[in-house]
Design a protein around this ligand. Sequence first.
Ligand code: MN
Length: 329
Amino acid sequence: MTNLDPHPDEQVCAAGPAADVELVEPRDVPLGGPRAMTVRRTLPSRARSLVGPFCFADHYGPDDVAATGGMDVPPHPHTGLQTVTWLFEGAVLHRDALGSEQVVEPGQLNLMTAGRGICHSEEATPALFPDRPVLHGVQLWTALPESARHGERAFDHVADVPTFTLDGAVVRVFMGALGGVASPARAHTPLVAAQVDLPAGARVTLPVDASFEHGVLVDTGDLRFEGHDVAPSWLAYAPPGRDVLALEAGDTPVRAVLIGGTPFTEPVLMWWNFVGRTHDEVVEARAQWQAAIAGGTDGLGRFGEVQGYDGPALPAPELPNVRLQARER
Ligand code: MN
């Protein structure tokens, strides 16, 4: 075989930055309240809605809890999603409608599966944790597929997540499987989530599932991901088709969170704390929550009740005057 093209294009074969990697810039989002925490959000963003089933990514801290007041989120509802709480520093107390009352600390996973409906509160105040002055972590959501989004609510706490080391990197696998270890956390579509710690100057080639798309959210340090520099709080995205990912630390250690999964092909409509498919589903969920917190009973069966939180539940915001549109890939 020979190339019969009389004017062949020059081809450069040296390894360089992968052309298909997307970089997602974070935006600051105040969570509300008088001394509210501000989070850095990369999912959803204008350019990218999903990485596998992950539809939401907030990165926060390190925050001086005494100065900000920490986190005090009253009972609020969720539908059609999982909340994934993963900390680098501090502690958060979670309570939910299943009666769960669980503190999560760094290296541990709190995973709440909403199914058709659940409500929960989250607290990380100086009064609650006086010896935890700094709060620092991520909150991720996964969209549940049709087969699970109408199902039972559930809560999982994983105290010791499986961990492996590779080329000097320490990898804590809190959801899915990676590097021959697997998290016991429940998942409803093929996915992975892991904290990756690289010493300064380290380079790791991480074997991954080629059917997955992946995102890397940088917490600290200067990361090179597939040849691209990724700044702290930015998300780098790589489409399916790779069986390895190259991560390299600069002059300082890197801490990052890897997320991924098979591309989620169902439409996703996110509004406030609800993940659904249609405008009418969201309107119904909102009405049921508002009825429940007004003392009615319509919504109680759907979302249940949080016991033990000191204060009223969080009312839903007003719906916009337009029909909400689902996002499709
Ligand atoms: Mn929540």
